[in-house]
Design a protein around this ligand. Sequence first.
Ligand SMILES: C[S@@+](CC[C@H](N)C(=O)[O-])C[C@H]1O[C@@H](n2cnc3c(N)ncnc32)[C@H](O)[C@@H]1O
Length: 246
Amino acid sequence: MGPLPRLYDDLAPWWPLLSSPDDYAAEAAFYWQCITEASRIPVRTMLELGSGGGNNASHLKANCELTLVDLSPAMLRVSRSLNPECEHVHGDMREVRLGRRFDAVFVQDAVAYMLSEEDLARAMETAWVHLKPGGVALFCPDDVTETFQPSTSHGGHDRMLRSMRYLEWVYDPDPGDTLVTTDFAYILRDKDGVRIEYDRHVTGLFPRATWLRLLQAQGFSATIREHVEPTAPANGYEVLVAVRPE
Ligand SMILES: C[S@@+](CC[C@H](N)C(=O)[O-])C[C@H]1O[C@@H](n2cnc3c(N)ncnc32)[C@H](O)[C@@H]1O
């Protein structure tokens, strides 16, 4: 992986205006349900890998004690101010080793930054070594190859003296490899005026069979669970529920 995208680096303070914690309540509830329904042990502690600005954590922390790991010091700062009661650790999900085990491991959209099968397998190994037997590792990629669609969307939020609007353009320049590109244009408004910034995120995309094969090779018992949005079927997504056998 090259340098972090600007959204996780110099533009990280703008993250909550791109992606507001309030918008995560329903999906965090779904993730918690996936974990607790599959877990064979009570879920009191959870490790999140690639926790970013801590938006999911801001909801999940009501259910259990959370330890949050991210590669970006700037995103950890954003999350610390939202989730001061959680433990934050700077680390790479491919190699971090905390020397303890958790009842659950959660990896949401940050797993997209695993660009190769090798990196994806390393993130799975990190989940495995931090998970108690009987516990669940939940992986939530934005897409698998079978569900990926090029798209354009926009959004943004207003907060106190700052506002942001963005255009997000996701496409696959080479369907023959495991990479997709997301180009962002950000319009940022604060007391100093308005500016426009550009950012590119290159992320990994893998077929269902690859996910299942790598999880099984690590020792997990893995299944795919689908989330259906009744009012917007196109916004449905799939998650990988991986149980570490007892
Ligand atoms: C979209 S944000 C995650 C947001 C998070 N799901 C939430 O609920 O707020 C993606 C994060 O992945 C992190 N990331 C990318 N590669 C990583 C890696 N190898 N190890 C750990 N974190 C990584 C980035 O620093 C960024 O903070």
